[in-house]
Design a protein around this ligand. Structure first.
Ligand code: SF4
Length: 456
């Protein structure tokens, strides 16, 4: 892998670009199979770089907010509470408590005299009005600065009201978005109850947030295979399920970036093994279903998984061929949250005959980038924790036809006059499993081949 410093023809061009930040060198490279140097990643954002990453608090919020029957109090200024269900949506099959946003609305006076009393009063008010069973209390930047003892307030509230009030240690400045994932995972562990040696015949599904019904698609596949889901963590999640999660036989981890930490902790605390999966794209869906089936050690389930795959492939037929024909030779740029999604997307584009010319993540790990390097083509731009300038530069340089990303990347793509596919919270059509693969191909085709691009 070549970094900016590695003497390629392009090095000169990039280094001489006065708008690229020197300290970002090493976080961006051209894939070069013959070079074994590693990309820099899993680090705090470079000062001065307008990172596309959200803060620690936001990282924690996106993981916990899909728990549909929990109450979420943002202890901080009202602006932090703007990370609500409305912009970080996920679907629930039942309660909709999580669509409310509660904030302590910290102001100047509280900064001077402390916000603990205000927080305690907010918890009391929610208990009085809504009789909650579980409240998550998120710390934000200012709470970290003034030093409120949020943990103590939560503990006192638990005793006072006999409910769970869990402190989420997520001051925005305390690190990067990955720290927020860890804070959320620690809060989930706090919610879980000891299994006391009991076991439930089933698995936990970690790291799908049910943005457009994906959790239900996978749950249905597992049901057809004869596998029960003990806890959905956290898409369409329920507090009681999560309390029982330590009783499951094993964990299935989809969003490895946010949930590997939880899976590892559950392995050491409760001796629950885990496997990493991805349900994006036909190839990864098939592989994941078989991995899950084999992990049960039950031949009957393996057989049912094979039958399910056969049935789904039959249903899919040659429908993807239409899109392969339309998309052959088109170029894709990817900038998503975690490595697992980026890896699956590269495979999906390859399957559609498209070339991935740029791929990056906000929170990818060294292992993820190793896989990305192996499966992407020579010369593909690989970048970690990028900023709008870099994304713009490489999308233009590589003449991408479409950018796949999240809400913050959408305006960038539109300004550049290239297509955009939301693979995050704003989407309404699921992209996972067999049907999702078809939805994805259709959306990419309709976007990339839209007549609008000829009119700009
Ligand atoms: S926690 Fe800090 S960085 Fe995050 S939204 Fe609030 S003020 Fe901004």
């Amino acid at each position: 892998m070549k970094s900016f410093e590695s003497g390629s023809k392009l090095k000169h061009e990039i280094i001489n670009d006065k708008n690229l930040i020197k300290e970002r060198q090493g976080f961006v490279c051209y894939n070069s199979k013959g070079d074994n140097s590693k990309i820099r990643c899993d680090a705090d954002s470079v000062s001065g770089s307008v990172s596309q990453r959200a803060c620690v608090y936001c990282g924690a919020r996106v993981v916990l907010n899909p728990i549909a029957d929990a109450f979420h109090i943002v202890h901080g200024p009202i602006g932090c509470a703007s990370y609500t269900w409305d912009i970080r949506g996920s679907l629930s099959s039942g309660p909709e408590t999580y669509r409310n946003s509660f904030s302590t609305d910290i102001r100047e006076n509280d900064v001077i005299f402390g916000g603990e009393k205000k927080l305690a009063a907010a918890i009391d008010e929610i208990v009085e009005k809504f009789s909650p069973k579980v409240i998550f209390v998120y710390s934000t930047c200012i709470v970290g600065v003034i030093g409120d003892d949020v943990e103590a307030v939560c503990k006192q509230a638990e005793i006072k009201h006999s409910i769970r009030v869990i402190s989420v240690k997520s001051p925005g400045f305390a690190g990067n978005k990955s720290m927020g994932y860890k804070a959320a995972c620690n809060a989930l562990i706090e919610l879980m109850e000891d299994n006391n040696g009991e076991e439930i015949d089933g698995v936990n599904f970690l790291g799908d947030f049910n943005l457009a019904g994906e959790m239900w698609i996978i749950q249905d596949y597992l049901k057809q295979m004869g596998i029960n889901v003990v806890a959905k963590i956290t898409g369409d999640g329920r507090c009681e399920e999560i309390k029982n999660a330590p009783k499951a036989k094993f964990n299935i981890v989809q969003c490895a970036g946010s949930m590997t930490y939880l899976a590892k902790n559950m392995e050491s605390l409760y001796r629950i093994p885990y496997i990493k999966v991805s349900f994006f794209g036909v190839e990864d869906t098939k592989l994941s279903l078989m991995m899950i089936a084999e992990a049960t050690g039950n031949k009957n389930i393996v057989r049912r998984a094979e039958e399910l795959i056969e049935k789904m492939e039959k249903e899919l037929g040659n429908k993807l061929d239409f899109y392969r024909e339309k998309l052959k030779g088109k170029k894709a740029a990817i900038y998503v949250g975690g490595g697992f999604k980026a890896i699956s997307l590269i495979k999906q584009f390859k399957d559609l005959g498209m070339e991935t010319v740029m791929v990056g993540t906000q929170t990818g790990k060294e292992d993820d980038y190793e896989v990305i390097r192996n499966i992407s083509d020579e010369g593909t731009i690989i970048l970690d924790d990028s900023n709008p300038y870099e994304l713009e530069k490489f999308i233009k340089e590589k003449e991408a036809d479409i950018l796949v990303g999240g809400v913050k990347e959408r305006p960038l793509a539109y300004k550049l006059g290239v297509g955009f596919c939301d693979h995050n919270h704003e989407r309404k059509i699921p992209l996972c499993g067999f049907q999702g693969a078809l939805n994805f191909a259709k959306e990419i085709h309709l976007t990339v081949n839209s007549p609008i691009w000829d009119m700009l």
